[in-house]
Design a protein around this ligand. Sequence first.
Ligand code: NAD
Length: 315
Amino acid sequence: MQYKQLGTTDLHLSVLGYGASPLGSVFKDIEESIGIRTVHTALDQGINYIDCSPYYGLTKAEAVLGKALKGVSRDKYILSTKAGRYGPDFSDFDMSPTRIQRSLEESLQRLGVDELDIFLLHDIEFVDLEQVIHESLPYLERLKQEGKIRYFGVTGYPLESFKRIVEQCDIDCILSYCRYALHDDSLTQLLPLLGEKGVGIINASPTAMGLLTKRGGPDWHPASPELIACCNAAEALCAREGVDITQLAMQFAVQHPSISSTLVGTANPTNLLNNINWINEPINDNLVQSIRLVFEGCLQTVWASGKVENQDKPF
Ligand code: NAD
């Protein structure tokens, strides 16, 4: 496993990180003991970065992850969790300092740790960015000064929201999802700004939340029918070459030099081992070129997320 520095922090993250959302049965019902075994497999294989959120399975993922981490030496993993999002609707967001404070205490308890390495505001595009800039992020800076968290940042989908935050605030990192994967690599547009500001980059969802797997995405996936059709066409192209599309998706997502870590989610130890083995194998560049052409023909690789004013334009 390779490790990379996150921005200007002293954290060195494994290039493949473990995304714990499946532990909350977000994609399908999981067996807890197998989910816990997946976390231990990740740690045994050198993955040192784990990400979670109280939103995943409405606290279930944090609770299962807490059980998995019990007895694991604290220096074996770098842990991020989030605050601000507690359900699927706009009304389930609260980025006020009071709620963030309570959220942190609840998360630390569920996870069974005293301190967080990275604390993230979850899906900022759903809230008023003025509140994020003037209340939430200054509060996270205070938590950092008080030593309750080591570093902080924001997560989300539209690049526009990240741009506004990074231009106006000092943050340690961003966590972006589905914007650097086989179907869409538009995160690269933001890299010069992030580099200039020394903001660390965490890339999530290398399989585009399941779209780039043989099983396909879950029912709740926000992708357009057009994008899903392109993913199916890409999968068929890979199958003709005898390649699992997830292999190519994993290899593609971890290879960018500016990205410190790519988070993949699974509650299946075999899938995780496959992912780890795949990223150590050479990528088939010709096949990547052919797959990229499939997605070039798909106008709608981006979907709407959050408040209209925070979304990327045009759709
Ligand atoms: P992902 O692209 O990692 O896809 C997960 C899906 O792919 C699951 O259904 C899993 O079973 C399947 N999968 C994984 N490896 C596989 C393999 N080898 N073979 C077949 N199927 C495989 O998407 P994700 O889980 O949404 O993202 C990873 C993590 O990133 C999350 O768990 C979370 O920690 C983080 N994340 C954060 C945000 C945010 O903050 N807004 C958004 C998305 C993801």
